[in-house]
Design a protein around this ligand. Structure first.
Ligand code: 2P0
Length: 341
């Protein structure tokens, strides 16, 4: 390889949350999840890869810091799965499979702050490696999944369904696209960054604790997620915003209820998050039906969904209630057309 290959991958926001693994090592989830991948020109990872006999050893730099690959099982697995693919496609003894690889990756947004940085990061790593070695394959989501579960959803744009699968080896646990980014162009996402510092309990640790201690988690996995997944996919295909929005809010609330049911509890939302939830419900009540919905990941930051026709009026009220200052939200960013800062 005599050139540097650079790719970008955006974050994805789950509307049906992934929370809990049935296999920690292979990163196999207990339940299906559904997400929307943002545009690449917004929050994204950018990764550059170079490989060849001239590279002395595998190295990965993230945001200017060297990552210790030797102690990072997930990075090692991604590298070895890519090398396995190279051998499958180009022959067991091909020189490329022996080359060392140098990776340099950057996020254009805060890392590990509950803003889906590992999803974008691992999706980008795997996608860039595949491009660098000319590996055209449908296996990329399954490889990205083994870096970070939610990364399999960022391989695709638009609306994505990560099927949990049943197989012990994970052959059927992969992401499929529900609809492309062109399907629902009126959809907008607003991100309210309440706090962009590192979260106290990582998602990986939090979901492990939930699997071990939450009595509600199995109820969610067996009784709620299957029907919600079916309904939200239908809502996406039919562009039924009210249905989509209601399921999204319910699933976010149930996910955080599981976090509180975890012992000791994982508290990801803060006072401002709860103020945002109240504000959204008050806004929808005043409008007479659901105009905007929220979802929160493993952090206090809010992701709001709204249709373009309702955006201006909503933003004018939002900015009054949550001015972009340090006491409330640090900044407010509208994905696609709006940037009030
Ligand atoms: C999601 N989250 O569906 C859920 C909602 C956080 C809250 O996927 O252990 O970083 O690397 O598989 O992918 C975050 O979990 O966890 C996540 P690992 P990951 O977006």
């Amino acid at each position: 390889m005599d050139k540097v290959v650079t790719c970008m991958a955006p974050v994805n926001i789950a509307t049906i949350k992934y929370w809990g693994k049935r296999d920690e090592h292979l990163i196999l989830p207990l339940n299906d999840s559904v997400s929307l991948t943002l545009d690449c020109d917004q929050m994204h990872s950018q990764t550059s890869v170079v490989a060849g006999p001239f590279v002395k050893k595998d190295t990965v730099m993230l945001n200017g810091h060297v990552m210790p690959i030797e102690t990072n099982e997930r990075l090692q697995r991604c590298f070895s799965l890519i090398r396995k693919l190279i051998k499958e496609k180009k022959g067991e003894n091909c020189p490329e499979a022996q080359w060392n690889i140098r990776v340099c990756s950057e996020n254009n947004f805060p890392t590990a702050a509950g803003l889906a940085s590992s999803a974008a990061g691992y999706a980008c790593l795997v996608y860039t490696l595949a491009n660098a070695f000319d590996l055209v394959t449908e296996d990329l989501p399954a490889i990205a999944r083994q870096g970070s579960g939610s990364a399999c959803r960022s391989i695709y744009g638009g609306f994505v369904h990560w099927k949990a699968g049943k197989d012990d080896l994970g052959s059927d646990s992969t992401a499929v696209q529900i609809a492309t980014e062109a399907h629902w162009p009126e959809m907008r996402i607003i991100i309210l960054v309440v706090n962009d510092s590192h979260k106290k309990t990582s998602s990986t640790v939090g979901m492990k604790k939930s699997v071990e201690t939450s009595e509600l988690l199995q109820y969610r996995v067996n009784k709620c997620v299957p029907e919600r997944t079916k309904d939200i996919i239908e809502a996406i295909i039919n562009k039924n915003f009210v249905k989509f929005a209601e399921i999204t809010m319910r699933d976010s609330n149930q996910f955080h209820a599981i976090c509180l049911d975890t012992y000791p509890p994982c508290v990801y939302l803060n006072g401002v998050s709860h103020e945002i939830i109240t504000f959204i419900h008050d806004y929808n009540d005043a409008a007479g039906h659901v105009k905007v919905s929220y979802t929160f990941d493993a952090g206090p930051n809010a992701f709001l969904f709204i249709l373009e026709k309702d955006l201006d009026l909503f933003m004018s009220e939002l900015i009054q209630v949550f001015p972009s200052d340090k006491s409330k939200s640090k900044y407010i960013r509208g994905i696609k057309s709006t940037n009030p800062d």
